[in-house]
Structure formats: structure tokens, C-alpha cells
Ligand binder design. Structure first.
Ligand SMILES: C[S@@+](CC[C@H](N)C(=O)[O-])C[C@H]1O[C@@H](n2cnc3c(N)ncnc32)[C@H](O)[C@@H]1O
Length: 251
């Protein structure tokens, strides 16, 4: 069981976010558990203040460190009643300044028992959270969102589907894009002809060896076209190198 705890000023944002598809099934099967906690629970005083002006001046507000530290400490102690000082394996601060989430990092996170996610807002989160509380500062890509909530949904979705059993026996992540360093191959379904475009003949002939070969070669072709950076880093097998040579000669 992998438990996700989200710390946010907008817990309602997640009301239905995890009620669909694989994530819903994984929750129903008890493989994952997700709870969204209102950061205001850990504020002091009537006004439940979570933010303050930045030292040094400038625009916007910054999320204060005290409620975030208090939230993580309480959530952590609840999990480790026998060892109250032990932090869970992962406390993730969502931030555009973090390491970018990749499939291999998602695979790594899927091995954990518990992940606490801290969602920033406004100008961001007091830096002491990154320095002394978070085990990981993670970004979902090189662009700036208004808040960490959509990033938390993305991270949880990417990780939840990799928890053993989440995809069900009929599906596997092994051929998904990035799992082996390349993109997935193109997929087609009925009808065999649509707007004058024919599905590749090889997929219709039932020859499984040929289909497997075609898929591997087309995955290479698509990676070369859309993500040549992945191809440069990939470790290719001997047949893959030959197919890539063939693709290069076709152009
Ligand atoms: C408007 S952003 C703050 C941006 C910050 N001033 C900067 O330029 O680095 C507010 C919050 O959204 C979240 N956020 C924005 N972009 C993100 C990204 N690419 N990945 C993960 N979280 C992101 C973070 O939690 C961040 O604290």
C-alpha cells in the first residue's frame, strides 16, 4: 500500500481528481490511498494565515514555513507512532525549480510506502522547506503553474499506475513510452481505413513475429522524429541499431 498525503491550501481541488480509471481502481483495490489536507489546519490564530510578504520586497506572497513544518511533523508522527522522529521516505516539495519528474523517478517513487506532497502557491514556498524538510524538490516540467495542485495530480497519476497490480494483469507499463528509454510505437484500431488512411498492412496479417518487429522499428522511428534527445541517450540492442540504420537510409 502506497499512501499519498497532499498538503494544500485548496483541498477541494482534489475532490474528484482521483475518481477515474486506473487511479480509481488502485484506490478501490487498496493499493494506494490518497488524502488531501488543508494547510490551514496547522496555522495559529483566528485568521489562519498561511502566507506572508517576501523579505527583501517584491511582488506576491510566500507560503510560510511554520504550518508546513507542523503539517509534515504531524502526518509523519501519525505514521510512525513507535518512532516519532523518523521521517517517511519521501517528502516532495512541488516546484518548478525542482528536478524534473521522469518515468524512472516515477518508478522509484512507486516503491515507497508513503509520499507527502507539498503544494506551493503564489510566489512559492519559504526556501527553508526545500532546505530542511523536503527530501525531494520536484518539477513536472519546464513551465510555471499557478500552484502545486495540478503537479500533485500528475505525479500521483504517474506513480500510482506503476504500483504493482495497478495496471491489472492484461496491461503492463513495460512497453509504455520512456520505460525502455524510447517512445511507445504507434497504435491503431478499427476501422482499417479512415479518411483514406490505411492501417499498416502488417498489423492486419496476424503474424505476431512481424508485428513485434514492426512495433519496435516504428517506436524507433517515432522517437527519432519527436524526441531525438532520447535516442541519443538510449542503449540500443543489435537489432534496434540495424533498424535505426534502415530508418536513416530511408530518408
Ligand atoms: C507560481 S508558482 C511559483 C513560481 C516561482 N516564483 C518560480 O518562478 O520558480 C507557485 C507554485 O506552483 C507550483 N508549481 C509551479 N510550476 C510547477 C512545476 N513546473 N512543477 C511543479 N510545481 C510547480 C509550486 O508548488 C510553486 O510553489
Amino acid at each position: 500500500m502506497l499512501g499519498f498525503d497532499i498538503i494544500t491550501i485548496f483541498p477541494d481541488y482534489f475532490r474528484t481528481a482521483f475518481d477515474y480509471g486506473i487511479v480509481r481502481r488502485a484506490r478501490a483495490a487498496g493499493l494506494i490511498k490518497i488524502a488531501a489536507h488543508d494547510l490551514r489546519r496547522w496555522t495559529q490564530g483566528r485568521h489562519k494565515v498561511v502566507d506572508d510578504r517576501p523579505f527583501g520586497g517584491g511582488d506576491g506572497m510566500v507560503l510560510k514555513p511554520e504550518p508546513i513544518f507542523a503539517a509534515v511533523e504531524e502526518l509523519t508522527n501519525k505514521q510512525n507512532e513507535d518512532e516519532p522522529s523518523k521521517l517517511p521516505a519521501r517528502v516532495v516539495l512541488l516546484s518548478p525549480q525542482g528536478r524534473v519528474l521522469t518515468q524512472s523517478l516515477a518508478e522509484d517513487l512507486a516503491q515507497e510506502d508513503r509520499i507527502i506532497l507539498i503544494c506551493g502557491r503564489y510566489e512559492g514556498v519559504d526556501e527553508r522547506v526545500a532546505e530542511a524538510l523536503a527530501t525531494d524538490e520536484l518539477s513536472i516540467g519546464d513551465y510555471v503553474l499557478s500552484g502545486g495542485e495540478p503537479a500533485a495530480v500528475v505525479l500521483i497519476d504517474a506513480v500510482a499506475r506503476l504500483v504493482p497490480g495497478a495496471l491489472g494483469s492484461e496491461t503492463s507499463a513495460a512497453n509504455d513510452s520512456f520505460s525502455n528509454g524510447l517512445l511507445d510505437c504507434p497504435h491503431y484500431t478499427r476501422p482499417p481505413e479512415f479518411h483514406g488512411m490505411r492501417v499498416p498492412e502488417v498489423l492486419l496479417n496476424g503474424n505476431h513475429a512481424e508485428i513485434t518487429r514492426w512495433r519496435k522499428k516504428e517506436a524507433l522511428r517515432k522517437t527519432k522524429r519527436n524526441r531525438p534527445d532520447l535516442l541519443e541517450r538510449a542503449t540500443l540492442s543489435e537489432p534496434e541499431r540495424l533498424w535505426l540504420n534502415e530508418i536513416n537510409q530511408e530518408q
